[in-house]
Design a protein around this ligand. Sequence first.
Ligand code: MG
Length: 288
Amino acid sequence: MKLVTFNHSGNVNVGLVRGDQVINLSAVAQNMTSLIEMYSGSFEQLRDQIEPISGGIPLENVELLAPIPGPRRNVMCLGLNYAEHAEEHYSASGRQTELPEYPIVFTKAPTSINGPYDDIPYDPTVTQELDWEVELAVIIGRKGKNIAVEEAMEYVFGYSVLNDVSARDLQRRHKQFFKGKSLDGTCPMGPWIVTADELTEPHNLRVTSRVNGIVKQDSNTAMMIFDVPSIIHHLSCGMTLLPGDIIATGTPSGVGFARQPPEFLQIGDIVECEVEGIGIIRNKVTSA
Ligand code: MG
């Protein structure tokens, strides 16, 4: 299932994409988080509740929002989870590459969430080094703690595309990543959640980004250092994961700051992020 949060004539609801139509699911769930909470580990029950609902609105007549526009807590993110990105990161700062022994984890504020086609606000008095990072996002479906690697996939509700837009100068200045990763609108995601029963092989998906049509990143989730079960295992050790939690699994090489010369986003730029089997998000950088 492709599940969306959409705005139609000022009403925001959760929906199912069926062909070129959106089916309004407000009869079964108030929002995406409550829909995810209906998932019990099997999609059969959820499908039985959703699929008989009829009627639809043409997709072209609705505005798609981020699938989870107001997550109840921060987006959890992996840093340096692709070896080639770790190499470019260390090389750009003149240091020897060290592959992480354990996942590097940071978060983005819930207020950074942005729609799949909405503008990314840019204020050059706040940052001059706004950068792109295409990522596969994992959406957690069930509450869990100390989740074993072998059972981790049962906790995955679905997947989405996410751009972990990053203010590099703020990342450096404030030492911890949080501030540089949390500017308003710097977490575009969508266009939908593809449920895990329809995307059964998340570790062989092409991941690409383009700026103004020029390919900047082109890799595959097969290149991740820590795969999805391993990420869920590590994050859930002693820390409860909740339905609706969003995990950004890291970005491949080709980001702006590591380029020679470095490249950063400018007002008017159009950034596209694509994950095979999910879709494309497209955002324009505009003056804040
Ligand atoms: Mg990232």
